[in-house]
Design a protein around this ligand. Structure first.
Ligand code: DP6
Length: 357
């Protein structure tokens, strides 16, 4: 499949004002995307749990206009600092959505998680906006096939932020060509359609907010530092192998192996940051304190609690729902001491984006 399939051909006589809204979740990668080629093509395949609680809700009023433009309200207030990112996104998707040239977009958006929690909102935000644009295309007569609708929404999301293409559907999505994933593509994310043990369908993710501030190096800059990185090729191969192994684990429910893959992915991601030029460290002392505590807790209790990290200091704790009663007191009484103001979020695997307007 080439990108041309996503170029909209619409009858301009159908153009009308239109309002729509989507609620899109964040996602947490088990096998990480780290390193890319232009434009937003991943260096290796990745696989994530779609979350259910950490979401962006976006409503868009599309009004016919002489020239394309937009305004944006974030949590009730104008947010000019978001404009460059949205403008770049709209420019990047314009070859595939030429109909947008006839519209002014009034974008009203908010997150379910507290602002500046250090939770990356670009995945959920880009997915909710891309889905809203696809709803307009559908209203104008395109994207009548549901499969194509979600594929294009994921394709557009990817152009906004790579990991966003895995926030469109659930409970798990992959992105990037992998020999063992049917129909996998570099252009868009796909629902993980292999057999999935029930335990993973209700997996919990407690997100420990270690550091709520802005991180020192953005993901985009981090991806860039994989160019010419001395370990890059080995890292991309490691991710492909981990995905092959994880596919079996998701089928057979071997939680010990699941933990080994997921924690290794998290630490490899941060090892890439620490061995790039320039090198940098996004983990904080409290991040490490939590990782040690989790490993000790697991050893002492044999409870299959594991950690993963995204490109920041916060820690995602992944565990089967059946162990929640034992794990929550451990988080509340011990791990929350390492969190800023004791804060953590309770999330779980979810089913993907929902139309809200
Ligand atoms: C560590 O998707 O935020 O979370 O494509 O530049 O927007 P851009 O990067 P982004 O990178 C996410 C990196 C990660 C791993 C992952 O989600 O796979």
């Amino acid at each position: 499949m080439t990108e041309d399939v996503f170029k909209a051909q619409l009858n301009t006589s159908n153009f009308n004002d239109f309002k729509v809204g989507w609620r899109s979740p964040s996602n947490i990668a088990l096998v990480k995307y780290w390193g890319k080629k232009p434009i937003q093509i991943p260096a290796n395949a990745s696989l994530s749990f779609t979350l259910s609680e950490s979401c962006t809700s976006t409503e868009v009023q599309f009004s016919l206009a002489d020239s394309p433009s937009f305004d944006l309200v974030f949590e009730g207030k104008a947010k000019p600092s978001f404009h460059p990112k949205i403008q770049d996104f709209l420019d990047r998707i314009s070859p595939y959505c030429s109909f947008l040239g006839a519209y002014h977009l009034s974008i009203d958006t908010s997150n379910s998680f507290p602002h500046s929690s250090g939770i990356a909102s670009s995945a959920s935000a880009m997915a909710a906006l891309a889905l809203s644009i696809c709803s307009l295309e559908k209203e104008l007569g395109g994207l009548q096939d549901e499969g194509l609708f979600f594929q294009k929404a994921s394709f557009l999301s990817r152009l906004g932020s790579g990991s966003a293409c895995r926030s469109v559907q659930g409970p798990m999505m992959s992105w990037g060509v992998h020999p063992e994933l049917n129909n996998s593509s570099d252009l868009y994310g796909s629902v993980f359609k292999e057999k999935l043990q029930d335990v993973f369908k209700s997996y919990k993710d407690s997100i420990l907010l270690v550091h709520k501030g802005q991180k020192s190096v953005s993901s985009t800059a981090g991806h860039d530092l994989m160019k010419g990185h001395i370990f890059a090729q080995s890292r991309f191969e490691q991710a492909q192998i981990h995905l092959t192994q994880l596919k079996s684990v998701l089928q057979n429910g071997d939680l010990e192996h699941f933990i080994r893959i997921v924690e290794s992915e998290a630490l490899s991601l941060h090892a890439m940051m620490m061995s790039s030029h320039p090198y940098y460290i996004l983990m904080q002392p409290n991040t490490l304190a939590i990782l040690h505590s989790v490993m000790r807790f697991r050893q002492e209790t044999k409870i299959p609690l594991c950690f993963t990290l995204d490109a920041g200091a916060n820690v995602h704790l992944l565990y089967p729902e059946s162990f929640e009663r034992q794990i929550l007191p451990f988080i509340e009484q011990e791990l929350s001491l390492f969190c800023e103001h004791g804060a953590f979020l309770s999330d779980a695997v979810g089913n993907g984006s929902q139309k809200i307007v």
